[in-house]
Design a protein around this ligand. Sequence first.
Ligand SMILES: *Cc1c(COP(=O)(O)O)cnc(C)c1O
Length: 372
Amino acid sequence: MKVPLLDLKEQNESIRPEIDEAIKKVLDSNGFILGAEVQTLEAELADYCQTKYAIACASGTDALLLALMAFDVSYGDEVITTPYSFFATVSSITRLGGVPIFVDIDPQTYNLDVAQIEARITEKTKAIQPVHLYGQCAEMENLRKISKKYNVPLVEDAAQAIGAEENGKRAGAMSAIGCFSFYPSKNLGGMGDGGFMTTNDEALAKKLFALRVHGSEERYYHKYVGLNSRLDALQAGILRVKLPHLDSWSNKRKENADNYRKLFTDAGLTEQIVLPKERENARHIYNQFVIRVPQKRDCLRQFLTENEIGTDIYYPVSLHLQECFAYLGYKENDFSESERASRETLALPIYPELTINQQEYVVEKIGEFLWK
Ligand SMILES: *Cc1c(COP(=O)(O)O)cnc(C)c1O
């Protein structure tokens, strides 16, 4: 049996006529950059994320960059964040000349260990940038307390977490600016690159709208040095078809996660592997279902590949050890939990269209490897 890590075919086929129609509509309009389709999508996204504003842009990476630009992050400014994330979480800081100040992760949730943050705050701290890794919110209530106490804004890297919640509040609505991605593998994926930001602050929204179009509020008059980071109408049209399905897709991922929990437990495998922790009072949208395999993770992965089961490692190198950040002077063991996670985690297929038979096969094969 073949079980790919992600298969978009079935999902795309199920909405194919509406997608074709949306593409045709944009072609007929002959308006391709921003425009009415993007504006309508922005209103729908703000509504979905429980925020006043949503500002579309060219990628999740740019959303992070634009958010930090809105706070004028510049040479020598410090931004506190996690070393265990996708590269863009940190490149958005260093691109602006900022200095990432890493804090290790909580080994159970893989998100920032909030207890370690206060000790790292200095006069140079410009922002704290938590990541909602795999689709589960970082501890936002505690982060908000720290943000208030030190008057340092929070920027959420919610690229993997559209629709995730903590105490009923949605990702992107719990900070100054939330940053999201439409990369095709996210729960709401486009057919190309795209992203957006959310905020409740009118002045920040105005600045973000300007920053994405070369920093101009009025054409050819430049208030800031911004980016060319716009969403195109084709992506907006496609995403507007997909958005109404998002909750049912995310709920299906959650069902699949529950199935895995039961299957792994019934198979007696919860000693050899560690299942992902779900926080209380939180909605996990399972962009990824990541298990921890303390022994022989790479051999298991190889065995699964041989049995046509797709897996991946998010992420194999902790960001403080990346070659391009060597100048920051970090070394091995500086963030031991992050480094251990990079050696032990393994993402399994979790996409909405995955069948129970496929899940049973995945668990059976993992059992076969671990028991031998
Ligand atoms: C996907 C992702 C990004 C970047 O989004 P792109 O749209 O690919 O630029 C940033 N941070 C995290 C945590 C991500 O998963």
